[in-house]
Design a protein. Structure first.
Length: 268
């Protein structure tokens, strides 16, 4: 297999804008890496789709994107898509694929009370994959889960410069706090890449004694490891964001994407 050309991009894929939370730390490690960021606005929100639908949709769409942009590596920067479709994507595509998984292992190591929360989409928190991670890394801990589709909507709104409905935060916090042993919660895993966009609001809701963690830094290190020794451009070229056409959802203003090195928008 030939080494990739310096201008071969890293492809980031998410249902929406949550994957920007993975792109950010990746750019810090690989500042001149060419970037294609793809958001499936026609399919958002993934958390309310069936497993079968996502297992078919994600590999097909990624296949189109890989054919079009010829990336050196693809990142499924979406917990829901990763927990459901990662195996299907790896079977279908002949390039390295990095997925995202809930940061249950570091949460289990960090907790002092033995009670951790997993805040994700409805689809993610019901996955056997989460059962497996909990059994392997948090077998002697209490793992509470809550699916909060409203946080995805809130994160998208915040990036557009719109107000976040405070009730969305209240409901997400209550979804964990009101479960048995929820009052002892001291670490919450943000198991959706959208949710760190609301970290300030969620921290205020849970209070200063609860640590919020996500896996973005670890994913960025994994991307850097898999591309170690490859050639990159000398100067960073502006990245491109690609949106599938949603009936009632328009791409965000380019000003929301410029801080992530993205300077143009395409639709497919």
């Amino acid at each position: 297999m030939h080494p990739p050309a310096p201008d071969a991009p890293i492809l980031f894929f998410d249902s929406g804008l949550g994957g920007l939370t993975v792109l950010g730390p990746t750019r810090a490690l690989l500042p001149t890496a060419p970037i294609v960021y793809a958001a499936d606005y026609a399919g958002l929100p993934y958390g309310r789709k069936s497993d079968d639908e996502l297992a078919a949709r994600v590999p097909a769409l990624l296949g189109r994107l890989v054919e079009r942009y010829q990336p050196r590596l693809a990142v499924i920067a979406c917990n829901t898509a990763s927990t459901i479709a990662l195996g299907h994507v790896r079977a279908a595509l002949d390039l390295p694929i990095v997925g995202t998984v809930p940061a249950i292992k570091p949460a289990a190591a960090m907790t002092r009370t033995g009670v951790i929360g997993v805040l994700g989409t409805e689809a993610t928190v019901r996955q056997p994959y989460v059962d497996d991670l909990s059994a392997r890394f948090a077998g002697d801990r209490t793992v509470l889960r809550h699916g909060s589709p409203g946080l995805v909507t809130g994160a998208e709104a915040k990036l557009r410069g719109e107000a976040v409905d405070p009730e969305v935060i209240v409901r997400a916090v209550a979804g964990l706090r009101e479960q048995p042993r929820g009052e002892a919660l001291d670490v919450v895993v943000l198991a959706c890449t959208h949710f760190p966009l609301l970290k300030t609001e969620l921290q205020a809701g849970f209070g200063p004694d609860v640590a919020l963690i996500d896996g973005a830094e670890g994913i960025a290190r994994r991307i850097a490891h898999l591309t170690a020794g490859q050639a990159w451009p000398d100067i960073a070229a502006p990245g491109v964001a690609v949106f599938t056409r949603g009936d009632d959802r328009q791409p965000p203003p380019i000003s929301a994407l410029l801080p992530y090195g993205i300077a143009s928008i395409e639709t497919i």
